[in-house]
Design a protein around this ligand. Structure first.
Ligand SMILES: Nc1ncnc2c1ncn2[C@@H]1O[C@H](COP(=O)(O)OP(=O)(O)OP(=O)(O)O)[C@@H](O)[C@H]1O
Length: 236
């Protein structure tokens, strides 16, 4: 099977010009993600796990290495080198990123925030709302909150809106950065079931999990990063 994502030699460092310091983040990372499979990124705090996801989504510009993404037509793009236009196109159509935190816009309800990615892909408002309600119910977001802007929601409620927004449009490649860190065990179980479902639908996932048991349960492959040293694939 051809990988959806093939990362080799990825490194990122930050140059703090004022203090004339170089902060290493991740170094010589090698990762593959296949359709319908989940690769888990593990490693100690500060080893650069989040930075790897941000380099793929191009929130960070990699310092070196290649990040090859294969789209539906078989066209390969190096995300480390691609134009801003191509990155925006892939973010809209192909690549989803669920971070720990929801950046919510004022006056937009939880349901409106959830369905935005579907509307951007041309799905009708009625159909998007139907799918949005179904997903929010699946993620145990109480119905009384659906019409309310999430600014005042609890951490766990915000995290579920963030997940709903990230999962609703079924990207081909999904990046998950500790998506269950604020959730109770029951809701974490719901999220695990949802992740299993989207794997079966063929979505390729690269994930950082707060709970090691989620790695054991969901990962097809684990890549452990060492602080500023190469990341190597490990058997599960
Ligand atoms: N924008 C930034 N500017 C400067 N340094 C940064 C930036 N982002 C990350 N770093 C540094 O890069 C290193 C790796 O950070 P990163 O958040 O990727 O690690 P992590 O493995 O995800 O950590 P954790 O498990 O604690 O979330 C850290 O030393 C961090 O301080």
């Amino acid at each position: 099977m051809k990988p959806l994502l093939d990362i080799d030699g990825l490194s990122k460092h930050f140059q703090l010009h004022e203090q004339q310091k170089l902060i290493p983040s991740c170094s010589a990372v090698k990762v593959t993600v296949y359709p319908g499979q989940l690769t888990a990124l593990t490693g100690p705090t500060g080893s650069g796990k989040s930075s790897v996801l941000k380099c793929i989504f191009r929130t960070y510009l990699p310092s070196s290495g290649r990040i090859l993404y294969c789209d539906q037509e078989g066209k390969v793009t190096d995300l480390a080198q691609a134009s801003e236009y191509r990155i925006l196109q892939l973010r809209r159509r192909d690549i989803g990123f669920v971070t720990q935190f929801l950046h919510c816009l004022p006056r937009k309800s939880a349901l409106e925030i959830t369905i935005e990615p579907l509307l951007a892909r041309g799905v009708s408002l009625a159909e998007a709302q139907r799918r949005g309600r179904e997903l929010l119910a699946q993620l145990r977001v109480p119905e009384r909150l659906w019409a309310v802007p999430p600014a005042t929601f609890s951490g766990g409620e915000k995290q579920r809106i963030n997940l709903a927004r990230g999962l609703i449009a079924r990207p081909r490649l999904l990046l998950l950065d500790e998506p269950t860190s604020s959730l109770d065990p029951g809701t974490t179980e719901n999220v695990a079931e949802l992740i299993d479902t989207i794997k079966q639908e063929g979505v390729g996932i690269l994930a950082i999990f707060h709970h090691p048991e989620l790695v054991r349960r969901l990962a097809d492959q684990t890549v452990r990063l060492q602080a500023s040293s190469p990341g190597m694939p490990e058997p599960c």
